[in-house]
Design a protein around this ligand. Sequence first.
Ligand code: PMV
Length: 330
Amino acid sequence: MTSSSARPARPSDAPATPTPTAAASGRASGKAILLGEHAVVYRRPALAIPLSALQVRADVLRSNGPSVLHSDLYDGPLAAAPARLGPTVTAAAAALDALGVADESIELRIASNLPAERGVGSSAAVAAAVVRAVAAAFGGALDAAAEHELIQRAERVAHVSPSGLDAHAVRAGAPIWFEDGAVSPVTVATPLTFVVADTGIAGRTREAVAGVRTRHDEDPRGTTALLDELGELTRDARTHLATGDARALGAAMDRGHAALGLLGVGDPALDALAAAARAHGAWGAKLTGGGRGGCVLVLSRDDESAAEVAGALRAAGAAATWTTTVEATT
Ligand code: PMV
């Protein structure tokens, strides 16, 4: 068949959604909550830092068949994805809908080195990367508020009444202060090196948040006192960041860990890792995220001692450790 026998292309022959050869990408990073988890659900402030070593990348190709997902957790039609991928499916559908292309099909590929269910923001980071990739694939511009709301839709599937902290933190790239639904930047006087250590136990944010709710219903006065203490510690931590007082910041983290334990979201494995970090000279250590498993966040004295503390944490049973430096802003 020669090329001359081919029908000339007419505009009406063009597919409604031409498939580009290159995928459109979206990215987001992990986060650790420095102070304020759980209390933030009750309108106290929270502080979060980025974990840039932990990254999610989503790639989206427009396609003509049924939408499919390729990931380490699942490979197959998006419509048949297992329940634990509900937030991912929701993020893709919500983004298509918001862009006015709800009927379009996509091939979605997710690559992530964030451990799921460890309190480092995996569900929000995946949702953010997916929303961004879908927007890039369909050439639609989503402003920050629209992006946030789409991630929140996915987060509501993950844990019912998310404060919105994670949805901001995974897109921030810098420490953030979160209060009354709004974020603001944080002043950091000196660089600080943190180590995150994974207990290897899946955190259960949904159950932990429900447990705090039950505790609040049963003992409103005692629970409010703990939430107030966490709120104060978070405000103190912001001051210590601004003045460069790492020792005081570490002490606030230790007290935060104790208050979260009293709130009922601790775990012996978290206590053991926090104790190991303190025994190896860390300024402070606390659980981070929903708790009942997941990770501890450790403030080390400097880069050198961070390596030593990370080794000690692995020797104490941590499944993995990551080190991150929060740079000074002044
Ligand atoms: O476990 P994560 O990473 O999803 O963090 C949950 C943080 C909470 O404060 C416990 C819940 C929330 O909605 O902010």
